[in-house]
Design a binder for this molecule. Structure first.
Ligand code: HEC
Length: 149
């Protein structure tokens, strides 16, 4: 199977298949080819994430994600450029180990994936057909790009 065929498959949402092929060692570039511009969460997932965000994050980061006295904003230029070139896995890992600040264990892994979907939506990255996974390893192949390539 060619890399181009793989990329097409991953791009068309057959992520499970792409990951399966990854095991053969040829899928690396297909995984790297995916970015936050490829519809990596669903609108429904972001909708689930919003009330979770309001409940566990808004107190510090603001109900509109614009940040608070001590906490950075999670929407707009400064935020997206902070993460530019890193992976969605890195961002997920950041939430997983350190947020909500002081009690990261109070929000489950799945809830954090849903909140992350909401953050992506708030930053105008497009929704797609596949939910954002709740495993760092699965998210490591999605590059966070501030600007549409
Ligand atoms: C008690 C206040 C507080 C709560 C609640 C909280 N955060 Fe934070 N958050 C902070 C502070 C302060 C920072 C910056 C200092 C640091 O990095 O720890 C931060 C940093 C971040 C960053 C990194 C921002 C960047 O530009 O790199 C992200 C992403 C984030 N928080 C997401 C969340 C999410 C999602 C939640 C809810 C699950 C949450 N936070 C809950 C205080 C909070």
């Amino acid at each position: 199977m060619t890399v181009t065929a793989l990329t097409t498959m991953v791009g068309s949402g057959l992520v499970v298949m792409g990951v399966a092929v990854y095991g053969t060692g040829t899928g690396v570039s297909a995984r790297q080819a995916q970015s936050v511009w490829d519809g990596v969460y669903t609108a429904e997932q972001a909708q689930r994430g919003e009330p979770l965000y309001q409940q566990s994050c808004a107190e510090c980061h603001g109900p509109d994600l614009s940040g608070g006295e001590m906490s950075p904003g999670l929407v707009g230029g400064e935020f997206v450029w902070n993460w530019n070139g890193l992976s969605v896995g890195d961002l997920f890992e950041r939430l997983r180990v350190s947020m909500p600040q002081g009690e990261p264990g109070s929000v489950s892994r799945q809830e954090k994936a849903d909140i992350l979907a909401f953050l992506l939506e708030a930053n105008d990255f497009p929704a797609g057909d596949t939910e954002l996974a709740n495993r760092t390893g699965r998210l490591a192949g999605i590059t966070f790009l501030a600007q549409q390539p």
